[in-house]
Design a protein around this ligand. Sequence first.
Ligand code: NAP
Length: 462
Amino acid sequence: MTIATTSPVTGEVLKQFDELSPEELEDKLQRAAVAAASYRLTKHEQRAEWLSRAADVLEADSATVSELITTEIGKTLRSATDEVAKCVASLRFYAENGPRFLRDDEGAAAAAVGAQRTYVTRQPLGVVLAVMPWNFPLWQAMRFAAPALTAGNVGVLKHASNVPQTALYMEQLFREAGFPDDVFQTLLISSGRVEQVLRDGRVAAATLTGSEPAGRSVAAIAGDEIKRVVLELGGSDPFIVMPSTNLERAATVAVKARTLNNGQSCVNAKRFFVHADVYDAFLDLFTAKMGGLVVGDPMDDSTDIGPLATESGRDDVEAYVDDAVAKGATVVVGGKRPDGPGWFYPPTVITGVTGDMRMYGEEVFGPVAQVWPVASLQEAVDLANEHPYGLGSNLWTEDQSERDTFIRDIQSGMAFVNGNTSSYPEIPFGGIKRSGYGRELSDVGMREFMNAKTVWIGDPAR
Ligand code: NAP
């Protein structure tokens, strides 16, 4: 795949980059290893200071970086600005909480194990490879980088081939913030060279956010090398609407949940299960709101949905919809690509999806919502759980027992009640089943790439 910025609005290649040569890649890996040896010894408070400075630098750069993100992937400028703000907040969160997260855990049972003292001390693993997707080009990379650098790890980023400028900005940001040289480096390489980097003895672990095939490949290599890996893969989150809820509010959030990031988020709600008692009313509200969204130039303030990020991405979405329609599904709104340049696709609502349609058990990465009537919460949960993915999930209800049943029975890494799944630096993020394993964010995510070393100290006199 060519490493280039290509405008999703016009299809024009705006800037192309050469891949690293074998010698350049070797040089960068060696630099990372050297940096790791000394960075692990830096004081937690010093790292917090650098993180805090990185937040200030990014905040000052917000306007240009947001524009860059919109240029590279076509998300609305409003949404890109929110993404940058989230990265700033995340850097500040780790700056404030990192030293506390990194404290040793004192063991209470020293006498029981014949020791004077026991404790667990957490130490960085070293160089961690991050393979990241384009859909939140800054946030995906930041939610790896901020906790990893807090922990004392060193990062090497292989970003998606269509966001090279955002990837290079990340490296520049940490340098400008004052982090020691080579603590965070961007590797402009194709996905075919990930194996070489992951097998390299200087690389201790990896994290991948992306598709199932990419995850499978990286997990297999990491397994072969016995290296720690975190996988954040696809999702087809359910959004369940029960009669007790405020339908107007649920429908408004449902639109946001499906169309955030032009419908290209792993935690977009993709399947809407609506109780039969309120199905018609919800469908009317939801359809009207989806149909009313403004599709257009992502730089324009009045635009709700920009183009999809890649031409092949739009082709995929179109193929899912065509397949469903050919097998008997009904398009209630949208479902037809507009004429003209750019990779636009309209907000689309589909009913009558059945198990033989491709979209039933896969992930549609664009603004296409399936709406299903269900007779009960149990039916909704059962249908939701049939999917191979288990990332986020959403329930709308005012009934406490429905809420408890949902939290207990839904097969997902995250359960959101009366809201839509989102990532926050303060709480863990991740999935189960084919959505991957491991967690990002909070102290839990930071500890994925740390050695929890058990220390036992005996009495020398005995
Ligand atoms: P993708 O094709 O898997 O690409 C993601 C990253 O993996 C890119 O850097 C890509 O490099 C690299 N890559 C691709 N194939 C690889 C392989 N065989 N070995 C090693 N690296 C490989 O995914 P995408 O289509 O860009 O992103 C969309 C997917 O990511 C969706 O399924 C979405 O749900 C998922 N996602 C998950 C989360 C989460 O947190 N769970 C968040 C966001 C997105 P190239 O660009 O050079 O191919």
